[in-house]
Design a protein around this ligand. Structure first.
Ligand SMILES: Nc1ncnc2c1ncn2[C@@H]1O[C@H](COP(=O)(O)OP(=O)(O)OP(=O)(O)O)[C@@H](O)[C@H]1O
Ligand SMILES: [Mg+2]
Length: 325
């Protein structure tokens, strides 16, 4: 016999600590969730801009996707804690990541004129693949596959914690983002065009294969410190991905081992059927890493971030030493 479900009213409160960033669609704050009897928890609070929140169709997509990703709990995915509406404003509370984005890492390497060690680049994208493999194969409580697709794998959505973990963010808003831009009041694609697959740029039906393409474009950018696709004007940007021949990645990355650039080449195939799935792509990257003298690992990434960002580096634990007993 089932008992009637009970609910407990949640009177959530957040204390905003500082604004982290203001993006096109939302503002991200570092905040403290305040509970009873002095309980607090650090969260990232994403507050959706009003012009998006006023658009019912768009908002519904956003809410649907937030609900879908609420249960995506995985070590390489930024976890969503809550989605709420207060006085007509919509916000999402999620795991607060102390560290940097892949965008910041690439920018720093550019500023220092120093290549990203290939094992670090491969390690980062292999962990993104783990996140994607989990999401692509995620099933609901009844065992039905949900066919979750991220759709916006890009350097700004891959976060690196100071202790060397890799976390993919913004599951849930990606679908909504690519469907409709209220600012333009018409159907259009507003994902980050330089990371989109040909099928996504063309507005065709996409599946998990689009995320593989985008992950490989990010891997290329880590290794090249230059974007693979960079046309600014929309039509030229579309042609670059859809009509122009697929870039010869191995030739564009002469310094990089052909075993690694070959993996990128396969994953950016125009024909989605030729791309590996996330598990295979991740495994191939891990195997490539294992063959290198200096392997990619959280410890290695932590050390790397400590060296690159000395002013802001602040890990949650004392630096780990692999040789420590
Ligand atoms: N969970 C989080 N913890 C800490 N910082 C975060 C978190 N999520 C986002 N950020 C920071 O906020 C910035 C803005 O995030 P936001 O998702 O709004 O924009 P974006 O990822 O740069 O681009 P887009 O709007 O296309 O997703 C990120 O670049 C990152 O620096
Ligand atoms: Mg983002």
């Amino acid at each position: 016999m089932t008992t009637p479900a009970q609910t407990i009213d949640y009177l959530g409160k957040f204390r905003l600590m500082r604004r982290v960033a203001r993006g096109g669609m939302a503002t991200v704050y570092e905040a403290e969730q305040i509970g009873n009897r002095g309980f607090t928890k650090r969260v990232a609070l994403k507050v959706i801009h009003d012009n998006y929140a006023r658009e019912p169709e768009w908002l519904q997509l956003f809410i649907d996707e937030a609900k879908l990703s609420a249960n995506l709990v995985h070590g390489n995915i930024v976890q969503i804690y809550q989605f709420q509406e207060v006085d007509g404003r919509f916000y999402m509370a999620m795991e607060f990541i102390r560290g940097v984005t892949v965008r910041a890492l690439i920018d720093r390497h550019r500023a220092l004129d120093e290549p990203v060690p290939p094992a670090i680049a491969a390690y980062i994208v292999s962990r993104v693949c783990r996140a994607l493999d989990f999401a692509h194969n995620f099933v609901d409580d009844l065992g039905r596959r949900l066919y979750i697709v991220h759709r916006d794998v890009s350097p700004g959505n891959i976060l690196l914690t100071w202790d060397g973990q890799v976390k993919l963010a913004d599951f849930g808003i990606a679908k909504a983002r690519t469907m409709h831009d209220p600012a333009e009041a018409k159907q259009m694609t507003i994902g980050k065009k330089h990371y989109m697959s040909p099928e996504q740029v063309l507005g065709l039906k996409v599946d998990w294969r689009t995320d593989i393409f985008s992950s490989a474009v990010v891997l290329f950018e880590l290794l090249a410190r230059e974007q693979l696709f960079r046309e600014i004007e929309t039509e030229a940007a579309m042609d670059e991905v859809t009509v122009a021949p697929t870039p010869n990645v191995t030739r564009l990355l002469p310094e990089v081992d052909a075993g690694l650039s070959g993996l990128i080449a396969l994953a950016i195939s125009k024909d989605p059927m030729l791309r590996p799935n996330a598990a295979m792509f991740g495994l191939a990257l891990d195997q490539w890493c294992a063959r290198q003298k200096t392997i990619g690992s959280p410890e290695r990434l932590q050390e790397h971030l400590a060296r690159l960002f000395p002013a802001t580096y602040s890990p949650p634990v004392e630096a780990r030493h692999e040789s420590a007993t």
